[in-house]
Design a protein around this ligand. Structure first.
Ligand SMILES: [Zn+2]
Length: 117
């Protein structure tokens, strides 16, 4: 059985502003209390706003080049993630999943990967 991993946004109970990654202080109202945030799964569908490709990566990435993009998710939150798209175009619809993005000897690192669609 595989458990689908999700990445969570943190929504301020006072003003409703959602944050990703987690921040200790609300951008909307300055709320500082950890318990005043609710975790909720990020939407997976969004629009590609901008992207770049990084070459000459450290060996643990196991790829020649890495696409990085900024995606506006449904609901308006903007996140950064890897993109796995042959010919990315600004404004194209993408969907994200949580995957291992980097292997190191004793640990796998998970992150957001976006694909077309
Ligand atoms: Zn707030």
């Amino acid at each position: 059985m595989t458990v689908e991993r999700r990445i969570y946004a943190y929504r301020c109970r006072s003003c409703g502003t959602a944050h990703y990654p987690f921040r200790m202080r609300c951008r909307g109202c300055g709320n500082l209390e950890f318990f005043e945030f609710d975790a909720e799964p990020l939407p997976t569908a969004g629009t590609l706003l901008t992207f770049t490709h990084v070459h000459n990566l450290p060996a643990e990435y196991e790829v020649e080049r890495l696409g990085l993009g900024v995606v506006e998710l449904e609901g308006g939150m903007r996140v950064t993630g890897q993109i796995d798209i042959d010919r990315p175009e600004l404004g194209m619809p993408v969907s994200g999943s949580v995957e291992v993005v980097r292997h190191e000897p004793y640990e796998d690192y998970w992150g957001l990967v976006f694909r077309e669609g």
